[in-house]
Ligand binder design. Structure first.
Ligand SMILES: Cc1ncc(COP(=O)(O)O)c(C=O)c1O
Length: 396
């Protein structure tokens, strides 16, 4: 007899996958090739040097358990790299390698969120934050990400302050931001870090898209005084096209990292041995990363100039990550649809996959669709043009 833990009833999986499933059905039944704006990963292969290093590790038999916090060389390399980049001396003891940034996030929530604790999230946000907080009996409290056609997306720090209560434990700060594609204004980033420090809150910073910045300066939380209260999360998935390798990392003060080690040894023992060796070579591939970012910038520009040709939608050129998050309120109103209904209609009638803003909690995204530009420029143009035909028909 199955008898799952009751907290599991609060957990759901990645709903973005549902739309990929609908697309597969449409391809099968209608025989059309869909264009996929739903993807959350770079379409380029992992750089060759990284693959060679992992292969060589396998050939040399580097296949046993590693230390729970990751191999020393990789922890040191990450520490040195961040020290050089942000100017603060970070030590190997302040770094833990994890199986993906998602696991790192899960561990961070597990370490700090007790039943009844409140965690501040931006609305909309990456789906799994709220899922894990709820699983642990915590309560997500949302700060809206506002949208203005001229200003783009923005957060008001007074609104953030107004959400802090006696029960607030943590602020989750994802910069650049999924799903809006916003690179937070550096002054605001500084302010958020100060608020967390002053109010003695944990600042959980998810900077997985830190290389995907097209406009403005990127400011990391590691450029602020961070040791007291910051848990910094990053990973190899996006920057080096390594989503399937499952490698992320946490930077935090030593005591926190020691706790991560205890959790790791009880949950997954260690990150995959040869994947870690491969990741060592990633630090020599920044020339390729730079090329990818230049390519993504051109794709972003192409997507934006096509989107603004469509009547009834309000698009803002994103400054980070690889997502555009246009506002479809006018179309939705005229068509009498919600964002989920529109996403399904676009798959069925245009053969185009987008992700409805509703799947990013809590509710600010309900009039938006997320479009990833991690695909060929040709496909971007073709996909938006197909959307245009269907949307203009909907608008009458
Ligand atoms: C904001 C954000 N954080 C974390 C992750 C997970 O990254 P990883 O593949 O390292 O688990 C994603 C992946 O989509 C993401 O968008």
């Amino acid at each position: 007899m199955e008898n799952y833990a009751s907290s599991l009833s609060r957990l759901t999986g990645e709903s973005t996958l549902l739309y990929q499933e609908i697309a597969r059905n449409v391809e099968r039944t209608k025989g059309i090739k869909t264009i996929n704006f739903g993807i959350g990963q770079p379409d380029l292969p992992t750089p060759q040097r990284i693959k060679e290093e992992a292969k060589s590790a396998l050939d040399k038999g580097f296949t046993a358990y590693t230390p729970a916090l990751g191999i020393d060389e990789l922890r040191s390399k990450i520490a040195e790299f961040l020290t050089q980049k942000y100017g603060d001396r970070i030590s190997k003891e302040e770094v833990a390698v994890t199986p993906g940034a998602k696991t790192a996030l899960f561990l961070a929530f597990l370490m700090y969120v007790n039943p009844g604790d409140e965690v501040i999230l931006f609305d909309p946000s990456f789906y799994s934050y709220a899922e894990v907080i709820n699983l642990l009996g915590g309560k997500p409290v949302y700060v809206p990400v506002n949208f203005d056609q001229n200003k783009g997306f923005y957060v008001d720090s007074n609104e953030l302050l107004s959400k802090i209560s006696q029960r607030t434990k943590m602020i989750v700060y994802n910069n650049p931001h999924n799903p809006t594609g916003m690179n937070f204004d550096s002054r605001l980033g500084k302010e958020i870090a100060e608020i967390a420090r002053d109010r003695r809150l944990i600042l959980l910073a998810d900077e997985i898209y830190d290389y995907f910045v097209y406009d403005g300066e990127f400011r990391s939380v590691l450029q602020e005084p961070w040791r007291d209260n910051v848990i910094y999360i990053n990973g190899f998935s996006k920057t080096f096209s390594m989503t399937g390798w499952r490698l992320g990392y946490i930077v935090a003060r030593k005591e926190v990292i020691n706790k991560v080690g205890i959790l790791a040894s009880n949950i997954y023992t260690c990150p995959t041995s040869f994947a870690q060796r491969g990741a060592l070579a990633s630090f020599d591939t920044f020339d390729e990363v730079k090329k990818m970012i230049d390519l993504f910038k051109r794709r972003r520009d192409a997507m934006y100039s096509e989107l603004i040709k469509i009547k009834g939608i309000r698009a803002y050129k994103s400054s980070g990550a690889f997502y555009m998050f246009p506002d479809f309120s006018e179309v939705l109103k005229t068509a009498g649809l919600d964002s989920k209904g529109l996403a399904v209609k676009l798959i069925e009638d245009a053969g185009v996959v987008t992700i409805p803003g509703e799947v990013f909690p809590e509710k600010m995204g309900r009039n938006f669709l997320r479009l990833s530009f991690a695909l060929d420029e040709e496909k971007i143009k073709e996909g938006i043009s197909r959307m245009k035909t269907v949307l203009e028909k909907l608008a009458g």
